[in-house]
Design a protein around this ligand. Structure first.
Ligand code: 5GP
Ligand code: ZN
Length: 114
């Protein structure tokens, strides 16, 4: 999708700090990090959010989880732990309508999810 900011990052039309890339997924640093490690992992295919996943495109979720595991290991946070979050829709606070997961870590979170 041409007016999608993450599609532009994927197509290298706007710069980003890319950490990992395969044929299907891309991972880059969040421009406004909320933790020492804050990486966004997205499918290269434009999918709006979890609500648009189906049996045809669901394999991207496997790719994203495997990417998250690798990136967490690269940052040395696998043992300590990290969060993998996808905001779906306005009430959840999704601001970019291209499916993505926030990999956040490098700090200790409380037991509360919000
Ligand atoms: P959401 O609110 O949709 O779950 O998350 C969108 C995330 O994308 C936010 O954390 C925001 O900081 C990040 N973001 C928005 N625009 C850009 C950008 O142009 N480059 C990068 N690297 N991150 C962005
Ligand atoms: Zn997109």
């Amino acid at each position: 999708m041409t007016d999608c900011i993450f599609c532009k990052i994927i197509n290298k039309e706007i710069p980003s700090e890319i950490l990992y890339e395969t044929d299907n997924v891309i991972a880059f640093k969040d421009i406004h990090p909320v933790a020492p490690v804050h990486v966004l992992i997205a499918p290269k295919l434009h999918i709006e959010n979890i609500e648009k996943l189906d049996s045809e495109n669901i394999s991207v979720v496997c790719d994203i989880h495997l990417a998250a595991k690798k990136i967490a290991n690269d940052f040395g946070i696998s043992e300590k732990g990290y969060r993998l979050i996808s905001n779906c829709g306005k009430a959840a606070g999704q601001t970019v309508p291209h499916l993505h997961y926030h990999l956040i870590g490098g700090k200790r979170f409380g037991i509360s999810i919000v």
